[in-house]
Design a protein. Structure first.
Length: 366
């Protein structure tokens, strides 16, 4: 009799001990993990309440982070993110500037001294900053965000880290809906009707303007292709590590149907007069047809891999093929973008952004 009683008791004890072991081995419900752009698995034991975005190109991970509502409950520190056209994050979250911004070249020690729960960085700072922060025990997460596939993968990982995978899925659905519209119509363009487009980054130093082309693998090139056009410079930038200077003779030889001027530190429209008043450019077909145009921006240029790249894509498509995309009203698209992606409802902020867009392209002749 005693043996029969002893067996259930032993089984019960074993079950209880096993359950305890499982609880100890199972991560807390609040534990979150994600894989960053450099392939590291980052584990957080609690929700992020204090976050720092550091390093050069901090504007890119900041763009991604602000797509999530969790940012509203965080104490945030940002490196300087004004590219020269204004600061988007100061506009939508003015309290950010209550604390001094870090320099984009702040040292690892300065970053660590902020004591943030998590540091967001561009993946290009892995060797110089992220690895050293690891050695100091500072949690950090890198993002690349240079291409649409990277945006897709990294938004998912950021959503996992923030504990909001549903919002990550919603963000990607919003992008895909706009992308589907452009790609669907671009598929209707025949090879004979395909426009030859040239994106040129304009840079003025010592009263001399130079023009540069992007690597073929960059998002800027992909945006032209996705709009249904042919990027005439593709393959010419063999360095592939950054923008490469191109000669006027090469620009003339390409004979593009459309030239889009880009500047990330000043209004692109500021370069239009220099081209239209230049005797050197005067004989180019693209100048005679008024088809040299300034790229759009509000407080950030849209032709770059920031969150508003999809506005740049829509604008490129409409500018290159105005009849095919006649129903796209870009000012309305800008407003809809900021309401859907960033949940901005303040009419003053919306007006600031849409008016800035309108001014940026007001001098275009087409």
């Amino acid at each position: 009799m005693k043996k029969r009683l002893l067996i259930p008791i032993l089984l019960l004890c074993t079950t209880l001990l096993g359950a305890q072991a499982v609880r100890e081995a199972t991560p807390s419900i609040s534990t979150r993990s994600a894989t960053d752009a450099n392939g590291r698995t980052v584990v957080l034991e609690a929700p992020v309440t204090d976050l720092l975005i550091a390093g050069k190109a901090a504007v890119m991970p900041a763009n991604a982070l602000f797509l999530f509502p969790e940012v509203d409950d965080m104490h945030l520190s940002l490196a300087k993110t004004d590219q020269g056209l204004g600061d988007f994050f100061s506009l939508i979250k003015p309290e950010i500037d209550q604390q001094a911004r870090l320099s984009q070249t702040a040292s690892v020690e300065e970053i660590a001294a902020r004591g943030a729960d998590l540091v967001l960085l561009k993946a290009t700072h892995y060797e110089s900053t992220a690895k050293k922060l690891d050695q100091l025990g500072v949690k950090n997460f890198t993002m690349s965000l240079e291409t649409w596939p990277e945006w897709q993968a990294e938004i998912v990982q950021l959503g996992a880290l923030l504990g909001n995978p549903e919002r990550a899925e919603e963000i990607l659905d919003l992008y895909q809906a706009r992308l589907d519209l452009i790609e669907g119509r671009a598929a209707q363009i025949s090879a004979t009707d395909q426009k030859r487009v040239l994106l040129l980054q304009a840079d003025r130093k010592d009263n001399t303007t130079s023009y540069k082309i992007a690597p073929g693998s960059w998002m800027q090139t992909w945006m032209v292709e996705t709009s249904g056009a042919l990027p005439v410079w593709k393959g010419a930038n063999t360095a592939a590590a950054g923008w490469s200077t191109v000669s006027f003779e090469q620009i003339a030889a390409w004979d593009p149907d459309l030239v889009v001027l880009i500047s990330y530190s000043s209004p692109s429209a500021s370069y239009l007069d220099g081209i239209y008043s230049s005797p050197l450019w005067a004989d180019l077909r693209v100048v005679k047809e008024g088809a040299v145009v300034a790229s759009p921006h509000d407080v950030m240029n849209y032709i770059q891999p920031v969150a508003s790249w999809v506005l740049g894509l829509e604008w490129l498509a409409k500018t290159t093929y105005p009849e095919l995309y006649a129903d796209i009203d870009m000012k309305s698209e800008v407003e809809r973008f900021y309401r859907q992606f960033y949940s901005i409802s303040d009419p003053t902020v919306i007006t600031t952004l849409t008016d800035a867009y309108s001014r940026s392209v007001a001098d275009n002749r087409r």
